[in-house]
Design a protein around this ligand. Structure first.
Ligand code: MD3
Ligand code: FE
Length: 207
């Protein structure tokens, strides 16, 4: 398996999930989305909707609305707990994260062809010692990552279906975003688009 060090703390595994594992994971995610429907997050204060739609699995899920960003145990629309994380995700975390505690949250982002995610830092977690693991499915994305200060130099990377990417150490608080989706680049999702999964630790482990 090719392991590319993109920058300090950033490791890329192109094709970490093969075609069969990708298809099985999409089937698992259809079960997740049937119980925890995709919702449209909104920006704090302004309420401007995100172009990316989201759901979660695992004990905690990330949500955003007028009152702010946060992790919570219940779906914002159904009030039900998030569905459990599919085993393949927990296995990928054990395989790649190099962190001795289980992930608590898996944010599932869906990008239609015109969706984007602006440069931001992920800092709603209490545990920055744990890495964030990303898995991509469907159409290729143009991903951009910079340093820990806004306005610094950035590098661009394509994320294809099946790719895994991990952010730890000094990259954990790096600015990052999705510039665009390359529509038609994958046949995994019959209607097109891209799914990104981020596995995260939220709370500080007790021991
Ligand atoms: C670098 N998602 O959900 S995944 C996000 O493709 C997010 O949906 C993008 O940024 C996506 O917050 C990028 C890669 C990623 C995820 C988390 C990171 C890069 C990261 C956390 C810290 C540094
Ligand atoms: Fe992020």
């Amino acid at each position: 398996m090719t392991r590319l060090v993109v920058a300090p703390g950033v490791v890329h595994w192109p094709g970490y999930l093969g075609p069969e594992a990708q298809a099985a994971l999409v089937a698992d995610l259809r079960v997740v989305a049937a119980r925890a429907p995709f919702f449209q997050p909104r920006m704090p204060k302004t309420g401007k909707p995100f172009s990316v739609r989201m759901t979660n699995c695992g004990a905690l899920g990330w949500v955003s609305d007028e009152t702010g960003y946060r992790y919570q145990p219940l779906h914002p629309a159904t009030g039900e707990p998030w569905p459990p994380m599919p085993d393949v995700l927990t296995q990928a975390w054990r395989d790649l994260a190099g962190y001795p505690h289980e992930p608590e949250a898996c944010l599932v982002n869906f990008y239609a062809a015109d969706a984007r995610m602006g440069l931001h830092q992920d800092r709603d977690e209490q545990d920055f010692d744990a890495p964030v693991l990303s898995l991509s499915l469907g159409d290729t994305a143009v991903f951009r990552i910079g340093g820990t200060q806004r306005g610094g130099k950035t590098v661009s990377l394509k994320l294809a279906s099946g790719d895994a990417l991990i952010f730890g150490g000094e990259a954990r608080l790096a600015y990052h975003g999705i510039d665009r989706i390359l529509a038609g680049s994958s046949a995994l999702l019959p209607q097109g688009g891209r799914i990104n999964l981020t596995l995260r630790r939220v709370t500080r482990p007790v021991a």
